[in-house]
Design a protein around this ligand. Structure first.
Ligand code: LLP
Length: 418
């Protein structure tokens, strides 16, 4: 695979863009994405499904910037949405309704109505009560509505507790036993079309094994349903394939995606079924950097802090999950390494990007790149401490497009009654 982020003459580059120069000429902090990297990730997904009836979808929750959505749509992807807002963005970005799936434990009646009226591919039903609401609205509108059942398989996924979703302790999905009578009812219903099953066991998973377990589970259930004479034409395999969040990120030496996904989908060969996948992080996660500037250095009795101009409101993952993100200076110098905490300006002790991290000694005004920031970065950003959202740029070769201008405080102020 190509290197999209790499050092050349001690300067970090994104594709062929000199980031030191770019950062010096643009207000920080900002997000920057490599278009080629996104394209390569999409292509790897497409390749993994070759020879199968396979529709990869992009999980908008990872990053809903319209420019990225259009890019991914143009690679042939469908869309996985979890709210009416994401559905509106998916449609506006031009995803064909027949390539949109809608998941989520708490869909409102309005969201379900919008999904049915938009004639999306399927609604992934997650509870008995939700099923009844979908049924009622489909009857009212007299529109044939594709549904899949999101099954909670009680499978362990080796990841952070907050992003494991496939165990019975999690709020997600419905048990197969609860889904079965609903599947039967749907198969007889004039306005419901049960297409199959959906599964999503968790996120940032770096081993094939839990996915293979999920595959075996699904195959068994498909056989069972078909034995009962029920139609099963689609399996939605969810997302969850992890990315490399280590320092290797900057030389792109590890790429778990192709291997895990190929092993996963290969299990379904011969099943005569359409496969969907819903990948978020694996498409955009390793394509994005958060670039930030060192404001101050500060030595306290116990620690050395590097205070930067990005905060937890911009990239929440370290604070929320204690997630490790690789950090490098844009300019490599021959400076000794130091052990530092890299922290933001937000008024929370949890506002950090790295703790006790060995980093080349930096100075006031230096720029840092935080890697693995393309997924669940800007998408989880907030205005906490009244900090405006920051710009996003898309790089292709040496060309840079502004794909989000960032906010100004006046724009935020206008949303309120004064
Ligand atoms: N499908 C469903 C039903 C999901 O719940 C998710 C993620 C995905 C697909 C996409 O998963 P991915 O391929 O991106 O792993 N904020 C957390 C991640 C939350 C994931 C929630 N669901 C983080 O920053 O790690």
């Amino acid at each position: 695979m190509e290197k999209n982020f790499y050092f050349s003459e001690n300067i970090l580059h994104a594709e062929n863009l000199n980031l030191q120069e770019f950062a010096a000429n643009h207000p920080t902090p900002f997000y920057l994405y490599s278009q080629s990297r996104i394209e390569q990730n999409c292509q790897a997904v497409i390749n993994a499904g070759k020879g199968l009836d396979f529709l990869p979808c992009f999980a908008l929750k990872a990053n809903y910037n319209p420019a990225l959505l259009k890019l991914i749509k143009n690679m042939g992807f469908g869309a996985d949405v979890v709210s009416g807002g994401e559905l509106v963005f998916a449609l506006k970005a031009g995803f064909a309704p027949s390539k949109i799936v809608f998941a989520g434990v708490g869909k409102t009646a309005e969201e379900i109505r919008l999904a049915i009226e938009s004639r999306i591919h399927s609604i992934n039903v997650e509870s008995i009560e939700e099923f009844k609401v979908v049924q009622k609205i489909a009857e009212e509108l007299e529109i044939l509505t594709g549904i899949a059942f999101r099954i909670n398989p009680d499978i362990e996924a080796p990841t952070h507790d907050y992003i494991a979703t496939g165990k019975h302790i999690n709020k997600f999905g419905i048990t197969f036993e609860d889904a079965l009578p609903l599947y039967r009812a749907a198969a007889k219903h004039p306005w419901l079309k049960p297409v199959g099953l959906h599964i999503h066991i968790g996120s940032q998973i770096l081993e094939a094994e839990p996915f293979l377990k999920a595959a075996d589970y699904l195959i068994e259930k498909v056989d069972f349903l078909r034995d009962q004479g029920l139609p099963v034409t689609v399996l939605d395999l969810g997302g969850g394939i992890g990315i490399d969040y280590t320092e290797d990120f900057f030389e792109t030496t590890r790429w778990p995606l192709p291997q895990i996904l190929s092993a996963f989908v290969a299990r379904f060969k011969g099943l005569e079924i359409k496969l969907l996948a819903e990948l978020g992080r694996a498409i955009v996660g390793d394509a994005g950097l958060l670039i930030t500037k060192v404001l101050y250095k500060k030595q306290t009795p116990l620690k050395k802090f590097v205070i930067v101009d990005a905060g937890m409101n911009n990239l929440l993952r370290p604070s929320l999950y204690r997630a490790y993100h690789p950090i490098v200076p844009l300019l490599r110098r021959n400076a000794p390494a130091e052990i530092v905490d890299v922290v933001g300006p937000v008024c929370e002790s949890g506002d950090f990007f790295a703790q006790d991290r060995k980093l080349q000694a930096v100075e006031q005004g230096d720029f840092l790149a935080i890697g693995g920031a393309g997924a669940y970065g800007q998408a989880l950003a907030s205005n906490y401490n009244l900090r405006p959202l920051i710009p996003e740029y898309l790089v292709k070769d040496t060309k840079v497009k502004t794909i989000f201008k960032g906010e100004r405080i006046e724009q935020i102020a206008q949303k309120f009654e004064w």
